[in-house]
Ligand binder design. Structure first.
Ligand code: API
Length: 260
């Protein structure tokens, strides 16, 4: 079959997007999605999203990692899908859509800046400079003095494949505190490599960096592919609501590809 695809990126986290309002891509296999995301044999992307119809919201987001398997929530993917829906004129400048972790509200500006509301975070596990939390996807956050000095692939894999996490997998973020905010590098499960940005990881880093300061906060987070911003309200040490992931989302190109 011939597939018409769209390519989007958010801070360098790149995605294949399929308009699946008619359900024509429901039958794509893990191997076919893996092929579409392959950077040498296919289009190339960190993940693939389908925009599905939904009776109660503007659309449903289905997300697959580059390995072809259906994943948990993808923050940058969600922001890109909102930009896609806007470009296809399916939505105005605000939307409410359904994803694997529940409902999301989002807003898009004319310059492509997308603010996406994430789920509340209610449990942050800490051991020294390391944190484990779920922001729609599971994340390990390790604070380091210099992220540029980290061998992200090697150290990320050591954690992702250790005894505790090897079954389900986990995304691993190395985070440095800077004057203006945070600097981050992420090893992503399902891609099994470093990506240029990971939205749920950026969100997890901002929350892990929070002290015990109830109130509303905004944190600038520099990923390798661009700058994102996280806003949240902290009610106590373990509870975070009104969590917003904000950043750029852009159309790259579209085309047709034969898939066997
Ligand atoms: N890049 C994504 C994360 C995808 C999640 C995935 N790698 C997993 O948890 O399996 C983001 O922007 O949030």
């Amino acid at each position: 079959m011939q597939i018409h695809f769209y390519k989007y990126q958010g801070a360098g986290n790149d995605f294949v997007v399929l308009d699946n309002r008619e359900g024509i891509y429901d039958g794509l296999s893990t191997a076919q999605i893996h092929f579409l995301c392959d950077r040498r044999f296919g289009i190339g992307a960190d993940g693939l999203m389908m925009l599905n119809p939904h009776t109660e919201g503007d659309f449903e987001m289905r997300y697959f990692n580059a390995d072809g398997r259906e994943g948990s929530m993808c923050g940058n993917g969600g922001r890109c899908l909102v930009a896609f829906a806007r470009h296809r004129e399916l939505i105005g400048t605000s939307t409410r859509f359904y994803a694997v972790d529940g409902w999301h509200e989002a807003h898009i500006q004319d310059d492509g800046w997308v603010s996406l509301k994430m789920q509340d975070v209610g449990e942050v596990e800490r051991s020294g400079d390391d944190f484990v939390l779920d922001t729609g996807s599971p994340h390990y956050v390790r604070f380091v003095p210099d992220v540029d000095a980290v061998d992200v692939w090697r150290s990320g894999r050591d954690i992702r494949y250790n005894e505790r996490f090897s079954g389900e997998g986990i995304n691993v973020n190395f985070v440095q505190r800077t004057d203006g905010g945070l600097k981050i590098r992420t090893y992503e499960r399902g891609v099994e490599a470093e990506t240029l940005a990971c939205g749920t990881g950026v969100t997890a880093a901002a929350i892990a960096a929070a002290g015990d300061q109830p109130g509303s906060h905004a944190v600038a987070v520099n990923a390798r592919g661009g700058r994102l911003e996280v806003r949240y309200r902290q009610t106590d040490e373990q509870h975070f609501t009104d969590v917003w992931l904000c950043g750029p989302a852009a159309y790259v190109f579209e085309g047709n590809i034969p898939v066997e």
